[in-house]
Design a protein around this ligand. Structure first.
Ligand SMILES: [Ca+2]
Length: 525
């Protein structure tokens, strides 16, 4: 049962029985991709990089999970990007499945990463900002796979707990670093030994991943590869730095139609997270509303986009390594982003809000013959679904009392019982005073977002209502139109139901102190 006395700092990890029934219980419904395994005796067909010691007929799948940073959903060739090409990522989609409606439940790095690992909402796992580590006593899918005798490795950006690069629970092999890392010459902690990896981040973590994959593994394995790209400070490698110099880039139209939006959206436009602000250093004098200063915005978009080119190359190397070592078709290969990114929509940069460019992320899944090539999943899938899905597909014991659902049935075309609505949450950060407290609900057709003050009184800002079918760009906020009053009432009821179901009530959050023009401290930008 929910403990109503728990403090804001104390994460709430218990959820209602109903939540359990709609989440974990469905997730644990029998849907075996892989046969139950038994560990076997001596290797029958040893060779470099091949699984050894498992009877072929009983072999469980390997898992390779690649996570990028701040890559929005359409930063992919296969999503119809106007100039970016991503042939290696497109191949995953062509040979497996692309999730066209994949969302994060909190659009912020660390909270979302913790949701990917745990299958829980931020209010339950407790990683509510970018400075909190993943709780040492909290279960995760890597810990569950390790307990099920998987060999586990984490390579790359972890980004939960700024000050520690120590090996986290659940991993046999560890190569990560403090905080954000750097695009060049990052110091890694590799199983307790600190080494500066000279060169470009994306390639160095890929080198380590390829080396690890090529080792002999006598058990099925999990590799998580965490990329720094395409997070700020956007830094493409030299060979891609100028590939988009000739591409003309302008502010999107929605930046100039804020009439129906709440006031905080209009205030954000001149800040650290707005298009007339400093643009993460691409603009030196700000705010700058002059038409010609769009050139700084264009440079920012080009650099952000070009940084993904190296990630695509990395995915190609991982793919080829799996293929060369005979593991490709027995590996569940998952590619995802941890949160979205505004490229000027509604006058915004960054993420955190509940608008589509912030909450939508890529999700590609390849798993040999188990997924029909070119599958496109349209159901709404969430970051909290990844952990239960991996455990389900690997026939590993499910995590108890989580919020996510296994998407494995969707890969087989079984859509009945899937969610039709979901809850989004974000808490105001004093260090980044450009986004309010956000509580919202999204369905296939509708989105309703409210902005609580945090003091239990009336909301701090006007709410937002969008019909996503007729207005996917969220240009017309319908909240003030009397014709939609009944719809608002329905969505408010649904929001409350979802919050109750996920154990989010009573709802605790900081006080919203409003949008401010000050820049964040330099050390946390
Ligand atoms: Ca991120």
């Amino acid at each position: 049962m929910q403990n109503r006395k728990q403090s804001m700092e104390k994460p709430r990890r218990t959820i209602s029985r109903r939540a359990f029934m709609t989440g974990a219980a469905k997730a644990s419904a029998a849907f075996a991709f892989a046969p139950q395994y038994t560990l076997a005796g001596p290797a029958s067909n040893p060779g470099p990089g091949h699984n050894r010691g498992l009877r072929t007929a009983d072999r469980r799948p390997n898992v390779v999970f690649i996570l990028t940073d701040d890559q929005r959903w359409d930063l992919l060739g296969c999503e119809g990007h106007p100039f970016l090409t991503t042939p290696n990522l497109d191949r995953l989609a062509a040979e497996g499945a692309r999730f066209a409606n994949m969302f994060v439940t909190t659009s912020l790095c660390s909270p979302s990463r913790a949701s990917f690992l745990s299958g829980l909402y931020a209010h339950s796992h407790g990683v509510l900002n970018n400075f909190t580590d993943y709780p040492g006593d909290l279960s995760s899918f890597p810990r569950a796979l390790q307990a099920a005798s998987y060999e586990t490795a984490y390579i790359g950006k972890w980004h939960m707990g700024e000050q520690s690069d120590e090996k986290r629970p659940g991993f046999d092999y560890w190569a990560s670093h403090k905080g954000q890392g750097k695009y060049y010459d990052t110091e890694f902690n590799i199983n307790g030994r600190r080494v500066i990896k000279k060169g470009y981040y994306t390639h160095r973590v890929t080198d380590m991943a390829v080396d690890w994959l090529q080792q002999e593994h006598d058990r099925p394995f999990l590799l998580i590869l965490g990329h720094k790209a395409s997070h700020t400070p956007f830094t493409p490698e030299a060979k891609y730095r100028h590939i988009y110099d000739d591409i003309k880039i302008e502010y999107p139209k929605t930046a100039f139609s804020l009439q129906s939006k709440p006031e905080w959206v209009k205030q954000r436009i001149d800040t650290w997270h707005g298009i007339y602000g400093p643009l993460y250093g691409f603009r030196k004098k700000f705010p700058d509303r002059s038409p010609e200063s769009v050139r700084h915005f264009a440079e920012f978009v080009r650099a952000y986009t070009a940084a993904i080119k190296s990630v695509d190359d990395s995915v190609g190397r991982i793919y080829e390594t799996l293929k060369r070592t005979g593991q490709l078709d027995n590996t569940l290969l998952i590619f995802a982003g941890d949160n979205g990114m505004f490229l000027g929509e509604h006058g915004m940069t960054d993420k955190r809000t509940m608008h589509e460019p912030s909450i939508r992320v890529p999700l590609l899944v390849r798993f040999g013959k188990h997924i029909r090539p070119g599958t496109v999943i349209h159901q709404m899938v969430l970051n909290i679904d990844v952990a239960p899905s991996i455990l389900d597909i690997c026939s590993a014991p499910a995590l108890d009392n989580i919020h996510g659902m296994s998407f494995a049935p969707l890969l087989k075309g079984r859509t009945s019982g899937w969610r039709r609505s979901w809850y989004y949450e974000y808490n105001y950060e004093r260090q980044f005073p450009y986004t309010p407290n956000v509580r919202g609900v999204r369905t296939d057709e509708w989105k309703y977002v409210r902005y609580p003050h945090g003091d239990g009184g009336p909301d701090r800002h006007k709410a937002e209502l969008y019909n996503l079918r007729t207005d996917p760009g969220e240009t017309r906020n319908l909240i003030d139109e009397p014709a939609y009053a009944t719809r608002v009432t329905e969505l408010r009821t649904e929001l409350k139901r979802l919050m109750k179901e996920t154990g989010a009530l009573p709802d605790k959050m900081p006080i919203d102190e409003g949008v401010k023009s000050e820049l964040p401290e330099e050390s946390i930008r």
